[in-house]
Design a protein around this ligand. Structure first.
Ligand code: FES
Length: 107
């Protein structure tokens, strides 16, 4: 198996309706994950590893996507944003500014 150039973690966490933290699941996390998986297959992007994860912390800002090796975290991601993340960041090397989590998320 070749070593991936990028590793994309997509939060697919769900919580019961009305839970105070909410979840990426209720914000379309599963749709985002499926869109990444479909695009990978359709475009042959097998140098990119895609992994479904549980909660990564900033639930109110979901759906959340984290890209390594850069450690870039995106928030409010919808399935319509996936092609942009692939084209501009994963292939183009430039993170998508409008989807970046605030820097304070890491403090
Ligand atoms: S549920 Fe996705 S970051 Fe917490």
């Amino acid at each position: 198996m070749p070593k991936p150039d990028k590793h994309v973690f997509v939060c697919a966490q769900s919580r019961p309706p009305g839970h105070p933290r909410g979840s990426c699941g209720e914000k379309g996390g599963a749709d985002v994950l499926n869109e990444f998986m479909n695009a990978q297959q359709m475009r042959g992007l097998f140098n990119i590893q895609i992994t479904a994860t549980g909660c990564m912390g900033p639930c109110p800002e979901g759906a959340t996507v984290l890209v390594y090796p850069e450690g870039v975290m995106y928030g409010g991601v919808s399935k319509e944003d996936v092609a942009t993340i692939i084209d501009e960041h994963l292939l183009g090397g430039t993170p998508v500014e409008r989807l970046l989590m605030p820097a304070e998320i890491w403090s």
